[in-house]
Design a protein around this ligand. Structure first.
Ligand SMILES: [Cu+2]
Length: 307
C-alpha cells in the first residue's frame, strides 16, 4: 500500500512547479496585454473621428453626457468580464493540471460544501447588482429629458430619413449621395454622406420623436450614444445634448429591407447663432424648394470635422 501513495506524492511534487510556471507565464502575458497594450489602444483611439475607421478598436469619441457614460459603463463591464474570465480560466487550469487522473489517481469522494455553495451563489448575485445599478441609472438618463428646448421628429422611410422641426415648420428628406457622386476632397464618405443633413445647435437639450412610414428602422449616431427604433404607428422618444461642434455620422441600425445599408445619418452640430441662421434660411420660401441645400454654407460648417 505504501508504494502507490508515495508515487502519488511524487507525481504531485513533480507537477506542481510546472503548473505554477505555466500559470505565471499566462498571467504575465495577460496582464501585460491588459496594462500595456489596451491603454495604448485607448489613447491612440480617443481623439477619433465620428465615423468608423479601419482597425478602430474603441467606441467613437463621445460628445454627449449619455455617450460619455455609455463609454465609461462599457469600460467598467470590460473589466468585470475580464476578471471573471481570468478567474474561471485559473480554476480550469488548476482542475486540468492538479486533478487529472495522472496527478491525482485517487479522487476525493466528498460532495456538497455549504459555505462554498453560499459563496458561489452570493458573489455572482452581488456582481449582478453592481452591474444593474449603473445600468438602470444610465437607461433612465437616456430615456427622456424633462425640459427639452426643442423637438426634432425623425421619420424612417424605405430607404431614407425625413426630419421635421415641428416648432418651426421645417421639413426635409435626407438621402445618401450615390457612390459615383462622392467627392472625397470635400470630405464626403461613401455610404455615409447625405444630401441634406440634420442640423442641431450645440448645448441645447433636444427631444427626438421617432416614427416610421413603413417598416422598423433604427436611428443611431454612435457619438451621441443614441440608437432608437423608429416604428410605424408608434412614437419613440429620446433626447440628446451635443457639446462639441462637428459633423457626426450614423446609419440605420435595424434591418429594414434591400437598401438598409444605404440610409446613412449625418448630423451637423453648430453654434446656436449658426443654427438660427440656418433655420431662417430654411423658412424662406425660396429655400423650401430645395430644403437644407444651403445648410453647410449657411451654418459656416467645415466639410468635415475630426476631433
Ligand atoms: Cu432602415
Amino acid at each position: 500500500m505504501g508504494g502507490p501513495l508515495n508515487r502519488v506524492t511524487a507525481h504531485g511534487l513533480q507537477w506542481r512547479p510546472s503548473v505554477s510556471r505555466l500559470t505565471l507565464a499566462i498571467s504575465a502575458a495577460v496582464s501585460s496585454f491588459l496594462f500595456l497594450v489596451m491603454p495604448a489602444w485607448a489613447q491612440q483611439q480617443l481623439p477619433q473621428p465620428s465615423f468608423p475607421v479601419p482597425w478602430q478598436m474603441n467606441l467613437q469619441h463621445p460628445v454627449t453626457e449619455v455617450a460619455r457614460q455609455l463609454v465609461e459603463f462599457h469600460t467598467f463591464l470590460l473589466w468585470v468580464i475580464t476578471i471573471i474570465t481570468l478567474f474561471v480560466l485559473a480554476l480550469l487550469l488548476i482542475v486540468i493540471f492538479r486533478f487529472n487522473e495522472k496527478a491525482n489517481p485517487v479522487p476525493a469522494k466528498w460532495s456538497h460544501n455549504t459555505v462554498l455553495e453560499v459563496v458561489w451563489t452570493a458573489i455572482p448575485v452581488l456582481i449582478l447588482v453592481v452591474i444593474a445599478v449603473p445600468s438602470y441609472r444610465l437607461l433612465y438618463l437616456a430615456d427622456r429629458t424633462p425640459n427639452p428646448e426643442m423637438t426634432v421628429k425623425v421619420i424612417g422611410n424605405q430607404w431614407y430619413w425625413s426630419y421635421e422641426y415641428p416648432d418651426d415648420g421645417v421639413t426635409f428628406d435626407s438621402l445618401p449621395i450615390a457612390d459615383a457622386d462622392i467627392d472625397p476632397s470635400k470630405g464626403e464618405r461613401r455610404l455615409l454622406t447625405v444630401d441634406n443633413q440634420l442640423v442641431v445647435p450645440v448645448g441645447t437639450k433636444i427631444r427626438f420623436l421617432m416614427s416610421s412610414t413603413d417598416v422598423i428602422h433604427s436611428w443611431a449616431v454612435p457619438a451621441f450614444g443614441v440608437k432608437l427604433d423608429s416604428i410605424p404607428g408608434r412614437t419613440n422618444e429620446t433626447w440628446t445634448q451635443v457639446d462639441e461642434v462637428g459633423r457626426y455620422f450614423g446609419q440605420c441600425s435595424q434591418l429594414c429591407g434591400i437598401n438598409h445599408s444605404f440610409m446613412p445619418i449625418v448630423v451637423d452640430a453648430v453654434s446656436k447663432e449658426d443654427y438660427k441662421t440656418w433655420l431662417e434660411n430654411q423658412k424662406k420660401p425660396a429655400a423650401s424648394a430645395a430644403p437644407a441645400e444651403a445648410a453647410p454654407a449657411a451654418a459656416g460648417q467645415p466639410a468635415d470635422t475630426t476631433h
